[in-house]
Design a binder for this molecule. Sequence first.
Ligand SMILES: Nc1nc2c(ncn2[C@@H]2O[C@H](COP(=O)(O)OP(=O)(O)OP(=O)(O)O)[C@@H](O)[C@H]2O)c(=O)[nH]1
Ligand SMILES: [Mg+2]
Length: 303
Amino acid sequence: MNEKVNYRCGYIGLIGRPNVGKSTLLNHMIGQKISITSHKPQTTRHRILGIKTTDEAQFIFVDTPGIHQGGKHAMSRYLNRAASSTLNDVNVVIFLIEAVSFTEDDAKVLEKIKTLDVPVILAINKVDRLMDKGRLLPFLAEMNQKMDFVDVLPISALKNVNLKEIEQVIAKHLPEGQPFFDEDQVTDRSVRFLAAEIIREKLTRTLNQELPYNLTVEIEQYKPDNEQTLIHAIIWVERDNQKGIVIGKDGERLKEIGRQSRIDISKLIEHRVHLELWVKVKQGWSDDERALHSLGYSDDLKS
Ligand SMILES: Nc1nc2c(ncn2[C@@H]2O[C@H](COP(=O)(O)OP(=O)(O)OP(=O)(O)O)[C@@H](O)[C@H]2O)c(=O)[nH]1
Ligand SMILES: [Mg+2]
């Protein structure tokens, strides 16, 4: 491969409290759905890379779980750890907050960011929801006092506002270097991992309140052949009554979750999918370090 002149390449950490729109931003920067999203906090559970390659630079975005307070629970600790450890491995940080509020959780995240020695861009997301645009200017001024950000940009990840601009700002701060990944590679994760995440997204969006936090998805079998890809997935819940809720009356809810998942997985792998879902109970899995590990919640970056 020819050496590219003046090329830039580096890692950009998307950091912020739960639900500010980190995964939405990753997907919209890449122009492809890689990381799952929902209106519930703590949707993202793993670090995941989204890679965008242009003629000038390769942007390697690192989506992270939302950093939050508390965290005695094993899953909660795992999420904070996964996000915080990312901070040490990136060249640029995008600190996401929402227009126009700065919460206690945001302050906690800022504390962590302040200890770093990398350029930090503050992105004030969801400006599309802001009815009174006049509130933005004083908020920007207030945020500018918090830290010496290399730039502060109001954005809407969902409506693609200022995303080109933020890309230009990031590019200026990436180190010079050759691309790490092939130009057509968009993520570091396997399709098997992405399939499990798609199923978890449908569950998270469908089920109410606490239930999404009590479940995880494990792909037991993933077998592509000429006709179709056969996927067997287990949805692990914590209690018997949760199993009933996921399955729904006459199995209708599970059927619908399966239908939506199959469509999205099929689109992703561009192949017909035969999907079978099983719901099983593993008591207390989310507060048990060993169970977490065996279900793929370990601190390394394997997919
Ligand atoms: N109106 C509006 N909604 C947005 C915007 N960006 C994200 N959202 C919504 O905010 C919710 C949370 O988005 P996510 O991208 O899942 O947030 P996250 O920061 O990744 O959350 P965790 O993974 O839980 O930490 C979803 O319902 C998104 O559709 C935006 O620019 N405008
Ligand atoms: Mg997320």
